[in-house]
Each structure stands twice: as C-alpha cells, then as structure tokens.
Design a protein around this ligand. Sequence first.
Ligand SMILES: *[C@@H]1O[C@H](CO)[C@@H](O)[C@H](O)[C@H]1NC(C)=O
Ligand SMILES: *[C@@H]1O[C@H](CO)[C@@H](O)[C@H](O)[C@H]1NC(C)=O
Ligand SMILES: *[C@@H]1O[C@H](CO)[C@@H](O)[C@H](O)[C@H]1NC(C)=O
Ligand SMILES: *[C@@H]1O[C@H](CO)[C@@H](O)[C@H](O)[C@H]1NC(C)=O
Ligand SMILES: *[C@@H]1O[C@H](CO)[C@@H](O)[C@H](O)[C@H]1NC(C)=O
Length: 451
Amino acid sequence: MSPTNLAVPLLIIFFYLSFISSQAALPLQTPIQKDHSTSQYVITAYLRTPLKLTKLLLDLGATYTWVNCDDYTSSTYRHVPCNSSVANLLGAYACLDLCDGAPSPNCGNNSFILFPDNPIKPVDYKKVNGVNTAIIDSFALSSTTQGSLALINSFIFSCARTGFLKGLAKGVSGLAALGRSNVSIPVQLNKLYTSYPNCFAICLSGSKSQPGVAHFGSRGPYNFLPGIDLSKSLLYTPLISNPFGKDSDPDKPRASPDYYIGLSSIKVNGKMVALNKSLLAIDGETGSGGTKISTVVPYTKLQSSIYKTFITAFLKEAASSAFNLTTTKPVKPFRVCYPASAVKSTQTGPAVPIIDLVLDRQEVVWKIFGSNSMVRITKNSVDLWCLGFVDGGVNPMVSSWIRGPSVVIGGHQLEDNMLQFDLQSKKLGFSSSILSRGTNCASFKFSTKHV
Ligand SMILES: *[C@@H]1O[C@H](CO)[C@@H](O)[C@H](O)[C@H]1NC(C)=O
Ligand SMILES: *[C@@H]1O[C@H](CO)[C@@H](O)[C@H](O)[C@H]1NC(C)=O
Ligand SMILES: *[C@@H]1O[C@H](CO)[C@@H](O)[C@H](O)[C@H]1NC(C)=O
Ligand SMILES: *[C@@H]1O[C@H](CO)[C@@H](O)[C@H](O)[C@H]1NC(C)=O
Ligand SMILES: *[C@@H]1O[C@H](CO)[C@@H](O)[C@H](O)[C@H]1NC(C)=O
C-alpha cells in the first residue's frame, strides 16, 4: 500500500470503529515502510481516543512502546498506579508520588515512571526535562486483509518527551516495541487474542514505494505473489535469551529485550572463516558477546577481530577466478567496494561470494546472497557495490557495566527475508533471501477487499 492510498482505509477505520472492538482481528498483517533517508523501518499504528494515526519506529530490541506525549490528548488515557499489577509487569522503576501541575499524560499523582530510550540517538537524561510516565490507552494496528483493526483498549506504553525523537525519521513520533518483554506489541496482542499463536513475523522491504509486512498471531500461511506460502520454507533455530540486558544492575540482572541466535561459524564461498569462538557465545557474567538481530542498525556490525578476519576471507574469495573482482576506493562506512560494472548480476543480486551464517547445527544455515551482502552506492560519479558489513568495535559498553554483542545482524541483511519469531516455542524461523524463490517482501498479497 502506498502512502497516498492510506487515506481511504483510514476513513473506513473511523467509520467502522464502533463495530470492531468485539471482532477477532487476528491474524493481522500490517505494512512496514522503509524511510530511505534514515534506513529506518516504520509502522503505522493508531493511538488515543479518538484514534489518531501514529507512525512508530519498528524496534525488535525494545521492551516497551513509547510515544511523544508533549502534545498528547485523549479522552481515555490513564496512568499506571505505582505498586499495581501492571507496574509489576513493567518491573521496578520509579514512582511519581505527587505532581503539582495540571493533570496530563506527563503529570499525575501516584504514577509509575519509565525510562524509555532512543536506539538511534541515546537520550541524555540530564538534558531532557521531566519524567516519562507509563500510560494505558487505546492502540490499534490496521489489519489490511480484513478491513478491520486489531484494537487493544488497555495498551500499556510509555510517554516520552519531544527530545526523545532526535534522529528518528520525519513524521515518526515514537517507537513500536517488538522485543522480548511482558509488554511488547505481540505479547499484548496475544494476551487479548489468546486463541491465536504467540508468534509474529516480519518481512522487510528495501523498496522506496512498496512496503514490507508484519504478521501478528499467525504461524502461516504467509502468502506472497505469485502464490508462494513462505511459512513452508522456513528453517528454525532457537531464540536465545541474554540474561544481562542493558538495564541490569550489578546485583540485579535484567534479561535483554533483544532476540539472540546461536551463530556458531561463518563461511564465505563455502570456506570456514577462522573466528575466535568465545566471542560468539554470550558471556555468563557480563552478557558480552553473542549474536542479536536488530531492525535499528542499518548494516550488520561485527566485532573488530571478526570483522577483520571476515573481510580478509571475502576479499580472497571475491578475487578468485570464479568472481575475478578487484577492489576500488571504498566509500564510508564500508571498506570493501567493487566497481559495479565488474560485478555480474543474478536473481539474488550481484554475483559475489555467498556468506553462510551457520547456526545451532551444521545444516541450519542462513544464506546471505549479494542482494543482502552488497550495497549499491551511486553518487558523486561513482557506481559501486560495497560489502554492507561494518566494524562494530570491541564489544562496546551498552550501559555502565554491560558490554554489547559481537554480531548485530542489521536491516540491510534482513530485507527480503522472512523472519518468524515464535515466542511460544522460543525459536526463529528464517527463509534466507526470498528472491531465490521468485518473490520479495513488497509482494505480500495485501487484500483490497475493504476498499
Ligand atoms: C509502593 O511500595 C513501596 C514499598 O513497598 C512503598 O514504600 C510505597 O509507599 C508504595 N507506594 C504506594 C503509592 O503505595
Ligand atoms: C514479567 O512479569 C513478571 C510478573 O508477572 C515479572 O516477574 C518479570 O520480571 C517481568 N519480566 C520482565 C522482563 O520485566
Ligand atoms: C495531586 O495531589 C495533590 C494533593 O492531593 C493535588 O493538589 C494535585 O492537584 C494532584 N495532582 C494531580 C495532577 O492530580
Ligand atoms: C578470544 O576472545 C576472548 C573474549 O574477548 C578473549 O578473552 C581471548 O583472548 C580471545 N582469544 C584469542 C586467541 O584471541
Ligand atoms: C579478470 O579481470 C581482469 C580485469 O579486471 C581481466 O584482465 C582478466 O582477464 C580477468 N580474468 C578472468 C579469468 O576472467
């Protein structure tokens, strides 16, 4: 669905609003649009009463959704009382006992307080005035195939100040949390629509005009043109929990909201890359290391020593007679680029050595073909294909005592791949590039039945 024809379903949404709250609206398919100036993935939700269209940054690694409340009006919002059962779901944070000002989303007595963060530009709390209260209000996602909304009357999220929006795509006023938590969007949907699987899936599109899709409450079918059900072509690997999230204290670990998977080795053109295996495991004392999946990092980040070994292996294989590629002056942030004219093209993008992410077993392999490994750079009279992986440093700190993962699989590597997060079975279903099956994430069969 293009932005221009969003207006029609929106009118219909308001018209039918009074009929939908009792209607089972799962499974639900909702579009995910890429913002090209920031490489962020954005979903459209509806919040408040009356419902208002609200664009949110899609974040697979966030605990709770947050929305700018500095201009928030709604006839139905409520604060979360401290020490309430909802507050317990959110974990121990802080309480605003007394607020002197006029009652508003940011001001209420006995209101539970949260500490939202912006994954693009971390927030300096010293520079952002005021507290961020937890809020309960109406939230909905459009279900494009059924012409209805999946409405959550008592959706739990956090307020945030305008200063939290720095670095987010134009028009975005908050963040949609899909992370591992008690209050992520899929978990709150699942609590309401209990007969549907506790499972969601995303298929990100890099297209400027056509969105990709998120599925909630379904293990399939995921029907794409021309008649392909991608739920039938998934491989599965366990979703791993990192017990040390960035909100951990030395005496009180808090699990990370990120989805980790068990990367055991990397191959380039079928050849094993010699890596320090201890970096691929999650350290049992600090949470450092391991491999997570992120929709807010545009290109896969590799720990410095992994990155160096990996690009050396890639350069060698790309120079071999099968590819015969000679590098040219790279364009930042990339370090390995080839003239586009020297690279042949295939159904799965530029012809370059295939990268295999070998997961929990030798036969469970996430294959990265040229369309996901390479980035086309056409500017300032250059036309290049660059290896779209970046040096992530040496497990930088993510909080005062927690270090980050060794591998962060980023957005460019996720596009045109189907990823299914089965929260019940705690496993990831993945397809590798669906271009090899003759479809792509923008070819989801959004029904236009309701228009
Ligand atoms: C919440 O519980 C804490 C500790 O049990 C207590 O000190 C505080 O007064 C309680 N707050 C409210 C609003 O009941
Ligand atoms: C989820 O909720 C339970 C209480 O229902 C709480 O004990 C647990 O700490 C919560 N998990 C997280 C990650 O906040
Ligand atoms: C909080 O309680 C105090 C004292 O009861 C009251 O004066 C104040 O207006 C209340 N604040 C809000 C935001 O309701
Ligand atoms: C492998 O990585 C671990 C963790 O960073 C480090 O302690 C160890 O020295 C490394 N081993 C080698 C051989 O580089
Ligand atoms: C490899 O490429 C170079 C130029 O980049 C060319 O001269 C050479 O003939 C090519 N070799 C093969 C085997 O294609």
